[in-house]
Design a binder for this molecule. Structure first.
Ligand code: ADP
Ligand code: MG
Length: 348
């Protein structure tokens, strides 16, 4: 009596392994949307349609016109730690895709009913695969589908009531999902994106690289008021390129809710970046006001490590000082013009 008995060690069944991984990757419908959209972008899609029902809990369907999945790879696509995006540790040193962990589809399929349909470019036949959310799979079987991929996710957390209970109202969940789509929409203006909720169109973003289309997209996603007060940034140097828009100090915010920063197309929330931007605004923004911006930084993928926490949007720059100074100088100079302009303007 009073003796603690050793318990035998067992390898976890794959379904449970995936559900544990899903705890990291899949918090709510918005996180599913993020994974599916990033997969579409990684597949080179130029058009993406997102259909959502009941905040994404009942249905989330993402269709793209990307490169598709070869029939033989369909089952691997939904297996954990299987990816087409990395082959060796050298690839991990310079990740150029948004995904690379090979866990998302397997995780999602362990906590929802997932259907995958795809026709790989150059192939005549499309193939489909259906998961029951309990580890069982039906297919691959021939289906009708244009070139590209559709992933359908139904009944999120239907088999994990403990997780389901943490979901908020349909409205709140859709709000999170909309934020994800907005960020993706801001990250890539060469991709047409449509979002609908319960059959009603929410976003309809045309693709286009010319300035007027880009500005219309940003206005649609961040508001015309932001665009009206935005300074266009376009500057390169030292192997870095910064482009996008920063708001004049007259359009500051009481919350840091309009701050979008992308590094090589990946959304990033980074202390170094935030610090450089805050410094640039230091003598034009007062008190507790926050700057608003949509900025894209482009640099050699080998100079930034993206293999940090999957959900925290962290990166590590190899040359921190260089990046910080480049951001600070570029923005400080752009804002200097507004200072000069403000001085010249007659007092109101
Ligand atoms: P990762 O994106 O990290 O590789 P995922 O689980 O998200 O892992 O996807 C697994 C694999 O399935 C991808 O590497 C890719 O080959 C394939 N895949 C997933 N979604 C798509 C898509 N929309 N178009 C083409 N291939 C896809
Ligand atoms: Mg992925």
């Amino acid at each position: 009596a009073g003796q603690f008995h050793a318990r035998r060690i067992r390898a976890l069944p794959p379904q449970l392994v995936n559900q544990i991984a899903a705890g990291e990757v899949v918090e709510r419908p918005a996180s599913v949307a993020k994974e599916l959209l990033e997969n579409s972008l990684d597949a080179g899609a130029k058009r993406i349609t997102i259909e959502v029902e009941q905040g994404g809990v009942k249905l989330l369907r993402v269709r793209d016109d990307g490169g598709g999945i070869p029939a033989d790879d369909l089952s691997l696509a939904v297996s954990s730690h299987a990816t087409s995006k990395l082959q060796d540790v050298a690839d991990l040193e310079r990740v150029v895709t948004l995904g690379f962990r090979g866990e998302a589809l397997a995780s999602i399929a362990s906590v929802a009913r997932l259907k995958l349909k795809s026709r790989a470019s150059g192939e005549e036949q499309a193939w489909g695969l259906e998961g029951d959310g309990q580890g069982g799979w039906d297919g691959p079987q021939p289906v009708a589908h244009p070139a590209g991929t559709t992933v359908e996710v139904r009944d999120l957390f239907f088999n994990t009531p403990g997780r389901r209970k943490f979901l908020r109202t349909e409205r709140t969940e859709f709000g999170h999902l909309e934020t994800v789509v907005r960020r993706i929409g801001l990250s890539r203006d060469d991709v047409e994106i449509r979002l609908s909720h319960n059959g009603r169109p929410v976003f309809n973003l045309p693709a286009g690289q010319d300035q007027s289309v880009r500005e219309r997209r940003v206005a649609a996603l961040c508001g015309q008021a932001f665009m009206d007060e935005a300074l266009h940034i376009e500057h390169s140097g030292a192997g870095l390129r910064l482009n996008g828009w920063v708001a004049r100090p007259s359009f500051s915010r009481s919350q840091p809710d309009l701050q979008h920063f992308f590094v090589n197309g990946r959304m990033v929330r980074d202390r170094l970046v935030a610090h450089a931007i805050r410094q640039a605004y230091r003598d034009v923004l007062y008190g507790q006001r926050h700057p608003a911006y949509v900025l894209h930084l482009t640099l050699d993928p080998a100079l930034v490590d993206v293999n940090a926490h999957p959900q925290k949007h962290e990166v590590r720059f190899r040359e921190q000082r260089l990046v910080h100074d480049f951001l600070f100088r570029t923005l400080h100079e752009a804002l200097a013009e507004t200072r000069a302009g403000a001085d010249a303007r007659p007092a109101a």
